[in-house]
Design a binder for this molecule. Structure first.
Ligand SMILES: [Zn+2]
Length: 315
């Protein structure tokens, strides 16, 4: 699963990941199956490869949140159709952020008539391309995206799609996983898609090179859960359907690890010293293949020192 994550931007955006590029090239999308799970009411979660997809399926058609990778678009369309709820098309795709494992399917969906919606910075970063990473060992180069990949409708703060009897709301949370994150609320069905601000693969990847920061991620999640009912069903950017207790445990980890690294910085410790002293050892259970303890120390260090991110105080 963590390897799959790493494949993230590679395919859609021809990303170069030095250590793992070999495994990525061997990636065979023909073997990927799309699994659809009912989350609540008329909201489904689709899993294949890449970020989780949320789908609102109803009398007006389909709205999806994120679209994995381009070679999977046909399978995603087929999985939606196989639910036998509607023959109407995917009218809108909302991107939670610009990374290729969440936006890779934009071109095929746009070409088959879907309108892509995303926060302003998603479009900007897709147009320019650039380096994503944690300011340390995670570094991925994204090529400028083709025109059909670009969101047609963008928003600065929030946008609401009124479809299938629900006010589906995308709200921007600045400087979290990236600077273009949106969390998507399905209030009638009591479901939320948190994009990669909340993931289940352990320590999160925070793209400080693309305006992300741990402070923004923590703050954004706290604001988001403050406006959610206690029994909301949470679709993470990656991993299984979760609840608010899972999100709270994740926020607690973010705060505690931030605090430890902040104190080490105040004590004038170097990044290497922090790694040698294994200062995140108490949170070892969060250490994963994608982001291990050392990589997360780098992330926190760079987030707290060099890359504070651009905070737009509007939530
Ligand atoms: Zn991401």
């Amino acid at each position: 699963m963590n390897r799959k994550l790493f494949v993230l931007s590679m395919i859609s955006a021809a990303v170069i990941l030095p250590q793992l590029s070999a495994s990525a090239q061997q990636q065979d999308f023909s073997k990927v199956e799309i699994k659809a799970t009912k989350v609540s009411g008329n909201i489904y979660m689709l899993e294949g490869q890449g970020g989780n997809i949320a789908a609102s399926i109803g009398e007006d058609g389909i709205v999806i949140v994120d679209d994995e990778f381009a070679p999977l678009a046909e399978k995603i369309q087929a999985a939606l159709k196989n639910l036998n709820i509607t023959d109407k098309p995917v009218r809108f795709v909302i991107n939670t952020h610009y990374h290729g494992d969440h936006t890779g399917g934009n071109p095929p969906f746009a070409n088959s008539g879907s309108t892509i919606i995303a926060q302003d910075n998603v479009r900007k970063r897709l147009i320019t391309g650039g380096v994503a990473g944690n300011g340390g060992s995670i570094k991925m180069e994204n090529k400028p995206a083709e025109k059909s990949a670009l969101p047609i409708i963008t928003f600065e703060h929030d946008v609401t799609v009124h479809l299938n009897g629900e006010d589906i709301r995308a709200l921007h949370f600045p400087a979290g996983h990236t600077d273009g994150d949106a969390i998507i609320f399905f209030p009638k069905n009591n479901v939320v898609h948190m994009g990669d601000d909340f993931v289940r693969y352990g320590f999160p990847f925070i793209d400080v090179a693309s305006g992300g920061s741990v402070q923004g991620m923590t703050e954004g999640l706290e604001k988001a859960i403050a406006q959610l009912p206690a029994d909301v069903k949470v679709i993470p950017g990656h991993g299984a359907i979760s609840n608010l207790d899972d999100v709270r445990a994740y926020i607690k980890m973010l705060k505690e690890t931030t605090d430890v690294v902040q104190k080490a910085i105040a004590a004038h410790k170097t990044l290497d010293q922090m790694k040698q002293e294994k200062i995140l050892a108490p949170w070892a259970k969060w250490s994963g293949d994608f982001v291990n303890a050392d990589t997360f120390i780098e992330t926190l260090y760079n987030s707290l020192t060099g890359h504070p991110g651009q905070f737009v105080k509007h939530n």
